[in-house]
Design a protein around this ligand. Structure first.
Ligand code: ADP
Ligand code: MG
Length: 670
């Protein structure tokens, strides 16, 4: 690192090997400076493997081991397409063991017979019951494996930033000599049994003692809690004024917007709309989180905000996490905007270049009033003349950094975030710190009931006749497989589609959608499904968020054990949107029985989230965990509460944190 930057908080680009491209990816992890890197919490630690002989390893199925051995023979087996298995037979003086890798055909050239290798991984069993190393890591002289019997951090990553790179960078950051300032009084740290921030960073990035890891992670989380609470204080003190567009309350306008909707708002929707109207009528930018279970009608509330902004003389954007959902919002909302005389356009990653540049021009000139899109809307190229409202739909699906970027960009913009991830309200309030929260609990009236059943493989034939009955009655079917293509014995969406297309149900029209499809094809197929021309939609979990087709009454999920509780609940939200009864039918392994039974027992997302919390922590709410800067809402609840007390009793600490933020803002803004 360069000498002069030692005292401040240098950008990550000061680290060797980090150029602008990597810096951008790191920013997605919320890391822009070296100090932020030092405070990046690993998700967990991974064993580097207990040092073992081949015989010891073979006797310890389930263990993570590290073995030095000779490759006596290899075998390569292609299953068709890109599917392949590479096997190495390893031997040392104690005995032999196999190792398997899937779809890594290049290993044929690097793992050769007679070679001496070090491999580290978990011992599993082959189908025939022989012990095998499952996809172990391989070390050689150039790239040795980390020493056995130790620990390695596993960081949150994004595409393009691997574990190896992050580990290296974090170690470099430790060596840089940069010290993290400790602002928390020592007696307080002692009371909470937390190390100092710098001690914590050392433990996190160069762990050698599992027992210290949890305290270190909590110290970093505590820092995030403190910062958040400091920001909250500032807001409470009214330091945030801002210059957001004031949308005056106008009763005629209000009625006109409501009249555009094809239904009457539920009591909950009407209440939230009132909250929105109050927010929009102030120059303090709105920061509101709208939390509502799947199907509670968040889109209508978002639509209100968008149209009110446009009618009030501003521009408005809504960003959805998938192209599919953005396309759906566009097809549902654009006719309403048109009726209201408001210009509206779609912007996603698939928008053709010419259309895109025209749209960007129209946004910049202020002619275009509403843009509906994906994270493409966050791009630096998107400049609005007078952006008044930004809605981030299903906000937990966006990266922390994307969301932050939008909030930064829109310092003077009213922001509405929506989420279907139901979290207990109290936690939401503390975690989001400086957000106001609105909750939609009530579902629109006249919905049929949704029955959930966990099926056995042997129910397959009965299922087919049940589906045929539903289809004959004019209803439609979602069929979900977690993967696009097959992997080992697991079927993917492509295979499911092929199978259904040659079944007795084929005449009802079977279409396939997944993330790797061309956008226009996907839109075409979804439109056909929506119109009822194709009545069975096979897909991956791309349909999880928001796809809204009321006449679909049956959802079948294969390989459901791969999906978390919250995700399954979201998927289930695809049915039960019409007045008829609906079914959610799950095929999945015994290992996830508890999850399936819970879903069979309740349709209430809040109950599911709370039960999930009780059973196994916030596993499914990872997005939330990330958005809290490494805070684990369950384990760290005491820290959140402690942070609240600390900022209340240590005004100097608040000032110090706010001064840090002000510095950062200055440094980071161009
Ligand atoms: P989500 O909260 O999951 O985003 P949506 O906004 O997609 O839910 O709404 C789900 C369905 O409910 C849509 O078909 C929508 O048209 C319908 N809907 C929303 N609000 C009402 C309402 N007040 N009355 C009747 N139907 C409604
Ligand atoms: Mg929605």
């Amino acid at each position: 690192m360069k000498e002069e930057s030692k005292c401040a908080d240098p950008s990550v680009t000061e680290l060797p090997g980090v150029g602008p491209a990597r810096a951008k990816l790191l920013a997605e992890l919320g890391v822009e400076t070296v100090k932020e890197l030092l405070q990046l919490s690993p998700l967990r630690l991974e064993s580097t493997g207990t040092s073992a002989s081949c015989a010891e390893a073979a006797a310890e199925v389930g263990a993570v081991v590290q073995i030095k051995a000779e490759v006596v023979r290899t075998r390569f087996f292609r299953r068709g397409g890109k599917q392949s298995v590479f096997t190495a037979f390893l031997k040392d003086s104690s005995g032999t063991i196999e190792a398997h890798w899937f779809n890594q055909s290049w290993l044929r050239e690097s793992v050769l017979e007679g070679a001496k290798v070090t491999v580290a991984g978990r011992v599993g069993l082959t189908k025939k019951g022989k012990p095998t190393l499952v996809v172990p890591r391989i070390g050689n002289e150039e790239k040795p494996l980390p020493a056995p019997d130790g620990w390695e951090p596993v960081y949150p990553t994004v595409d393009g930033i691997g574990q190896g790179l992050l580990r290296g960078l974090c170690r470099l950051a430790l060596k840089s000599g940069l010290e993290l300032t400790e602002r928390v009084p020592h007696e307080l740290l002692d009371r909470l049994e937390l190390p100092t921030l710098m001690e914590a960073a050392r433990v996190l990035h160069e762990p050698n003692d599992l027992a210290l890891f949890s305290g270190a992670r909590r110290r970093v989380a505590f820092e995030a809690c403190l910062r958040m609470q400091a920001r909250l204080q500032r807001r409470v003190r009214g330091d945030v004024t801002g210059h957001a567009l004031v949308v005056e309350r106008d009763e005629a306008q209000h009625e006109a917007i409501l009249n555009l909707l094809p239904f009457t708002l539920t009591g909950d929707q009407a209440r939230v709309v009132e909250e929105l109207r109050l927010d929009l009528a102030r120059s303090t930018p709105m920061r509101r989180l709208l939390q509502g279970d799947v199907g509670t009608g968040k889109t209508a509330v978002a639509f209100y905000a968008l149209l009110a902004a446009a009618k009030g003389g501003g521009q408005a954007v809504i960003a959805a996490p998938t192209e599919l959902l953005a396309e759906q919002h566009f097809s549902v909302l654009s006719p309403l905007f048109k009726q209201a005389g408001v210009k509206c356009q779609l912007l996603t990653g698939s928008t053709p270049g010419r259309e895109r540049s025209q749209l960007l021009r129209r946004l910049a000139s202020g002619e275009l009033q509403v843009a509906i899109g994906t994270h493409a809307l966050f791009s630096d190229k998107v400049k609005c003349k007078r952006l008044a409202v930004a809605v981030i739909d299903e906000q937990h699906r966006f990266g922390v950094a994307q969301r932050t970027r939008l909030l930064e960009k829109g310092r003077d913009v009213h922001v509405l975030l929506t989420t279907a991830t139901p979290i207990p309200r109290t936690l939401a309030l503390s975690i989001y710190g400086d957000l106001d929260v609105s909750v939609l609990k009530e579902k629109p009236p006249g919905r049929g009931k949704v029955t959930t059943r966990w099926l056995k493989k042997s129910d397959g034939a009965r299922l087919l006749s049940f589906l045929s009955e539903r289809l004959e009655a004019g209803e439609q079917v979602f069929w979900v497989a977690p993967r696009i293509a097959a992997e080992s014995e697991e079927r993917g969406a492509i295979e499911a589609h092929a199978r259904l297309s040659s079944s007795s149900l084929a005449s009802h029209g079977v279409v396939l959608v997944h993330g790797a499809l061309d956008a226009s094809l996907r839109q075409e197929r979804l439109a056909a499904f929506r119109a009822g021309e194709s009545r069975i939609l096979v897909g991956t979990t791309v349909i999880e968020v928001g796809v809204d087709v009321p006449q679909a009454t049956v959802l079948v999920v294969e390989g459901a054990e791969h999906l978390g509780l919250a995700q399954l609940h979201q998927l289930r939200g695809r049915v039960g949107r019409g007045s008829g009864d609906s079914w959610c039918l799950l095929f999945g392994k015994e290992s996830a029985a508890e999850r399936f039974e819970l879903l069979e027992g309740t349709n209430d997302g809040f109950e599911i989230a709370e039960e999930d919390l009780r059973r196994r922590g916030m596993g499914d709410l990872d997005g939330l965990r990330q958005s809290g800067g490494g805070i684990d809402p369950e384990e760290d609840l005491d820290l959140l509460l402690a942070a609240r007390d600390v900022v209340a009793t240590h005004p100097a600490l608040v000032e110090a944190y706010l001064a840090d933020e002000a510095m950062n803002e200055k440094e980071l803004s161009p």
